[in-house]
Design a protein around this ligand. Structure first.
Ligand code: ARG
Length: 270
């Protein structure tokens, strides 16, 4: 098992405020028992493919379950997030403490720069390419800072649909130089960048229906894809490309605007 992930149990998870359109109609509507079952199923499934580390949940931080937003890992360096919304800033010290305790080198971006970790920064597997999103949460300025910090190739993508406020809600880099994404979430220029960098046969463009079920918010470990839901057509397409589709419904977390990928931060990026 080469992969490692970080998760945080949903002991204090809930929709207690609204900072994205999914949360607006779901205030106070999470079923805690159901959420715990869904989270545990993900933990069990992920544990078959990877080592899963656990971060202690904290009261008054209902979104801390979404560890993908803690920051970004590159080798032994951790770039901590600085959240757009005050509601999530109290998570920052807990994330920082854990990574420091685990021996990571903390590399801060300039302090007023908003950066929401893997929510808006996704590595292309087996490559030096980092896809970065902006438009709702992460500042465009962070893209350049990360590029310089790690000498990466960065492709900037502008998000334009508030339902897909983080890059990982509408874009998923896959092994074999492939990407899966929902075109409607991107500006015309950004769609152009995706298409200019990935050949047509390697682009899996998905329909709005699948996107709204968070099909792009998939955890990809080699050819295994863990995702909330996908239409029979999409499942068939992914299978015919050699992917193994593992469905893990996490409806309680969709109420907060997150799914499987948001619930686990990858700790192995080289
Ligand atoms: N309620 C959380 C927020 O709005 C959900 C975060 C989902 N995380 C993600 N990586 N997309 O910040």
């Amino acid at each position: 098992m080469n992969s490692r992930f970080l998760m945080c149990a949903p002991d204090y998870f809930g929709v207690e405020y609204s900072i994205n359109p999914w949360m607006t109609h779901n205030l106070g509507r999470v079923d805690p028992d159901k959420a715990k079952k869904q989270w545990h199923r993900l933990f069990e499934t992920l544990s078959k493919f990877a080592r899963v580390e656990l971060l202690k949940p904290r009261p008054h931080a209902p979104d801390m379950v979404f560890t993908a937003n803690a920051g970004l890992i590159r080798n032994d360096a951790f770039i901590p997030s600085h959240f757009q919304h005050l509601e999530r800033r109290r998570e920052e010290t807990h994330f920082r403490k854990w990574f420091r305790m685990m021996g990571y080198r903390l590399k801060d971006l300039a302090s007023p720069v908003r950066f929401e970790g893997e929510g808006d920064a996704l590595f292309q597997p087996e490559s030096n390419l980092l896809w970065m999103g902006y438009g709702f949460r992460t500042d465009l300025r962070s893209h350049d800072l990360l590029k310089k910090l790690f000498l990466l190739r960065v492709i900037t993508l502008q998000l334009v649909d508030p339902r897909f406020y983080h890059l990982d809600t509408c874009f998923c880099p896959l092994s074999g130089n492939r990407v899966m994404y929902y075109p409607g979430a991107f500006s015309t220029d950004s769609l152009q960048s995706i298409r200019a960098n990935i050949p047509a046969q390697n682009r899996i463009e998905i329909a709005e229906e699948d996107a709204l079920h968070f099909a792009c918010n998939a955890i990809a470990i080699e050819n295994n894809l863990i995702l909330n839901h996908a239409s029979p057509g999409l499942i068939h397409r992914l299978q015919s490309l050699g992917y193994r589709v593992i469905l893990n419904p996490v409806g309680e977390f969709l109420k907060s605007g997150g799914s499987n990928k948001c619930l686990a931060l990858s700790l192995t990026h080289r």
